[in-house]
Ligand binder design. Structure first.
Ligand code: 16G
Length: 240
């Protein structure tokens, strides 16, 4: 209940009560929560105060607003450990979700010089450039733009890449994938990607650039993955 004499601001108390209701499943995932007007009557506070609490919960990803329809309880974000070198397919299966992909582009190109440099290619060497939407349980999670040197897997085609790239590469090269270097940064989604990811066009995304190597040290992919920031959080263990 609200304590109007408390030193804790009212909007923060309301946030806590709403969180509690979500935790107790009084407000269920994917369902509408009461309107600002109803909540302001319930708590006997102004709509402005309720709006502030809801905005904070929307910003933290617990709730989301649908224009003209109200405020809903969001799915909890997927927690992706920044630990083992796993594939999207493995990550989703480990969670009991069904991975799938939609290939938006598949072409053979001479890559830009920076990409060629990262992949340690000779001048003029070709790569496959693949753009895939990665879905979990048929919902878009990420867009991956991948460069794979043609010499690594000359027979790669649009149909094969629908499944797991890592499984294909390991089977083809008869060696394990060894390690990768990753960089992560925050960004605002591009107009094009917002459509594919089914998010608002100013929504935040997390971009991971990964260069991966076979166990003999040969680079086999350079990927830029754009993740929905409302669906993902990355977790790492750090020791001292
Ligand atoms: C992950 C990797 C990506 C890799 C893909 C392979 C990150 C940031 N990216 O999404 O680099 O290409 O898995 O998945 O983790 P697949 O084997 O299912 O095609």
């Amino acid at each position: 209940m609200l304590d109007k004499n408390s030193h804790i601001p009212i909007y923060i108390q309301i946030e806590e009560i709403i969180k509690q209701r979500i935790f107790l499943e009084e407000y269920k995932i994917g369902e509408n929560i009461p309107s600002e007007r109803e909540l302001s009557i319930q708590f006997d506070v102004s709509r402005m105060t309720v709006r502030q609490s809801i905005t904070n919960l929307v910003n933290s990803g617990l709730l989301y607003r649908e224009k003209g329809r109200g405020t809903y309880v969001a799915n909890p974000k997927l927690e992706q450990p920044l630990k083992g070198l796993t594939s999207f397919t493995e990550d989703m299966r480990a969670r009991g979700m069904e991975p799938s992909s939609k290939v938006l582009r598949f072409e053979k190109i001479v890559p830009p010089v920076d990409v060629a440099g990262d992949l340690m290619l000779e001048p003029g060497e070709e790569v496959f450039f693949v753009v895939r939407i990665r879905n979990a349980d048929a919902k878009p999670m990420a867009i991956e733009r991948t460069y794979i040197p043609v010499k690594i897997y000359p027979e790669l085609d649009e149909k094969k890449i629908i499944g797991s790239l890592y499984a294909l590469i390991e089977a083809k090269s008869h060696q394990k994938i060894g390690n990768a270097i990753q960089q992560m940064e925050a960004a605002i989604v591009s107009k094009e990607d917002s459509k594919f990811l089914q998010i608002n066009h100013a929504a935040p995304v997390l971009i991971i650039k990964r260069t991966s190597y076979l166990s003999d040290g040969v680079p086999f992919e350079l990927v830029r993955s754009t993740y929905r920031a409302d669906r993902y959080k990355f977790i790492s263990e750090i020791k001292r």
